[in-house]
Design a binder for this molecule. Structure first.
Ligand code: PEP
Ligand code: MG
Length: 589
């Protein structure tokens, strides 16, 4: 068991999770386990543990098989049939049992020895097909290993929810996590605005990034951890007093959330009567109901790239049309802002795009990819949107815009598609509300050139900070430079709002900044019209907006713009928050 200690990492999704560890390894290969000898009295329990791991493995493989069958063809699913045969293989099972009973080895050591023995036989075979079976054995065995790691001696309860500890979780792995089995997670790589963290917030899972790199290999399923998604601490094997204190804090936070939830029908306006729209950021249409019940008014950002993830094919026009229509109908007349495909960066998706770029965040991402590499996908998406738009209040938003030409080109394509749909006799929206994400410094600096061409701006502060500060938003080593209150960021927001005002269009913020209670006074004071965030954050943001006046917010924003560093600007905003809503200062989103 790992010694009791507190590790400082970085909080990326609020909340507290207390539970046993589940390790997740991406693409793990077999490694010789540490040799452990067991007592005679432990033999039966060890065999039971091995059998329990076999049960879990069997279940996982069956699920995988049916998942693959649904998405691909039965030929691919047959691989899992072969793997299932190995799980049920009597010779393998007897070999492991012999190791545990006869040599008093742990289940891991006995399995490793058995795999070596069987694998060696296959590896020397002449027939290529049979030689490849050695790889299947390795594959199945590493799955059994992982499952053994999660079944502690004397603890064969497989139903308990766990805290995931891993080196890395990709956005698609995170999207697949089953929230019924996961309490929260803590990983080595990433930052608050990596897409993995964004998903954690929208799944309302407390999460940390920035663990020491060696930690995932050192913790085992027997270790208990507390994820403090407010302060960024991971407490390993806490003493009972600490655990009790955290349970109490979690209860208090739940109580405050409950109280805030009851305010969900109150208008999100400042004490002197200025309305700020609160909208939801969604990654799937299934979240629409939750977003409505959180009190969000419409959708400020629908990240369509998740429709393209965890599958081998693309959603065609009809499938996308149905999704967008459902989303619009669910939101009645409230605005629904759909962002066109933003693949690239950390949202690499091999089906759309196989990146060989050295620096994908600065590469063919978002609108660049859509216009230059996959106009076919882009046109399909726009057609689906134009058709679905008749069912509600649709806005379409373009990601990663950096030059005016891109907008002109999109307008041209939209006009062409509208004509195509007219000729086909289909219904479509004749006046598409089209906006851009302001998330590159270039777009913010020349916002006044974009404003006459578009219907709205939405500040993508996650990327705006990344590109302005020249730091990879997923790199924990430069995360200390990731400061939302940096005067350069505030200045770019000011310019964007000013250009929008001069051209009578509205500005929203859909990056993480929109849900940070410490940043809201500044955003309100700078004059943004809409804040869009993960549904779970709406209640806190509403309370902040309702606690301050526009007069105070404007004064804070002016003073922050005058600061020469991020800390001074943050101090001004924090001071206002502390005065007006002290109960929220511990609730950083
Ligand atoms: C942003 O960049 O702020 C944003 C909202 O988009 P994403 O996080 O999906 O890049
Ligand atoms: Mg972005």
């Amino acid at each position: 068991m790992y010694p009791s200690q507190t590790i400082q990492a970085m909080a990326v999704s609020p909340g507290i999770a207390i539970g046993r560890v589940m390790r997740m390894r991406s693409g793990s290969r077999l490694q010789e386990p540490e040799s452990v000898h067991i007592d005679e009295s432990e033999v039966e329990a060890e065999i039971k543990r091995y059998d329990a791991a076999l049960d879990v493995t069997r279940q996982q493989l069956k699920e995988l098989r049916s998942e693959v069958k649904d998405k691909l063809h039965s030929a691919e699913a047959d691989i899992f049939d072969a793997h299932l045969l190995l799980v049920d293989d009597h010779a393998l099972r007897s070999e492991v049992e012999a190791g545990i009973r006869g040599r008093r080895e742990s289940a891991e050591s006995a399995l490793y020895a058995a795999v070596e023995k069987f694998g060696a036989v296959f590896k020397t075979m002449k027939d290529e097909y049979l030689r490849e079976r050695a790889a299947d054995i390795d594959d199945v065995a590493s799955r059994i290993f992982d499952n053994l790691a999660d079944i502690v001696r004397g603890d064969i309860d497989l139903d308990g929810r766990r805290v995931i500890i891993a080196r890395d979780l990709s956005p698609s792995e995170t999207a697949r996590l089953d929230s019924k089995k996961v309490l929260g997670f803590a990983v080595v790589t990433g930052s608050a605005t990596s897409h993995t963290a964004i998903l954690a917030r929208s799944m309302q899972l407390p999460a940390l990034v920035g663990l020491p790199p060696e930690l995932p290999d050192q913790l085992t399923a027997g270790d208990k951890v507390i994820v403090d998604g407010y302060s960024g601490k991971l407490i390993v094997n806490p003493d009972s007093r600490t655990e009790e204190a955290y349970r109490l804090r979690a209860e208090q936070a739940d109580k405050l959330y409950g109280e805030l939830q009851r305010e969900k029908n109150l208008r999100p306006e400042t004490t002197d009567g200025f309305m700020v729209q609160l909208a939801a950021n969604l990654e799937s249409v299934e979240q629409a109901a939750e977003a409505r019940s959180s009190g969000a008014c419409g959708v400020g950002l629908f990240r369509t790239e998740y429709l393209f993830m965890n599958r081998e094919d693309f959603p065609d026009e009809e499938e996308q049309f149905e999704v967008y229509k459902q989303l619009l109908v669910a939101n009645e007349d409230d605005p629904v802002t759909v962002r066109t495909l933003d693949v690239g960066g950390d949202k690499l998706n091999s089906t759309v795009y196989r990146s060989t770029e050295r620096n994908p965040f600065l590469g063919l991402r978002g609108i660049r990819l859509c216009l230059h590499e996959r106009p076919d996908i882009f046109r399909t998406q726009l057609r689906a949107l134009l058709r679905a738009g008749v069912f509600g209040n649709l806005r379409v938003m373009l990601p990663m815009i950096s030059s005016v030409r891109e907008v002109v080109e999109v307008r041209r394509i939209v006009a062409e598609l509208q004509e195509e749909l007219r000729v086909e006799g289909r219904e479509f929206v004749p006046h598409l509300s089209l906006g851009i994400m302001v998330e590159t410094p270039a777009a913010a600096v020349i916002a006044h050139k974009f404003a006459p061409l578009v219907d709205f701006f939405s500040l993508g502060t996650n990327d705006l900070v990344q590109y302005t500060m020249a730091i990879d938003r997923g790199n924990e080593r430069v995360a200390y430079l990731y400061r939302l209150s940096h005067p350069a960021i505030l200045e770019l927001i000011r310019r964007t709002v000013e250009a929008a005002r001069a051209n009578n269009i509205w500005v929203g913020v859909c990056g993480q900044m929109a849900s940070d209670p410490f940043m809201i006074p500044l955003l309100v004071g700078l004059g943004v019209h809409e804040l869009s965030m993960a549904p779970g954050a709406v209640a806190v943001v509403r309370r902040v907006v309702r606690s301050i006046s526009m007069y105070e917010a404007e004064r804070a924003a002016d003073a922050a713009l005058d600061c020469s560093n991020a800390s001074d600007a943050l101090a001004i905003s924090s001071e206002l928050l502390k005065q007006k809503a002290p109960e929220l200062t511990g609730m950083r989103q």
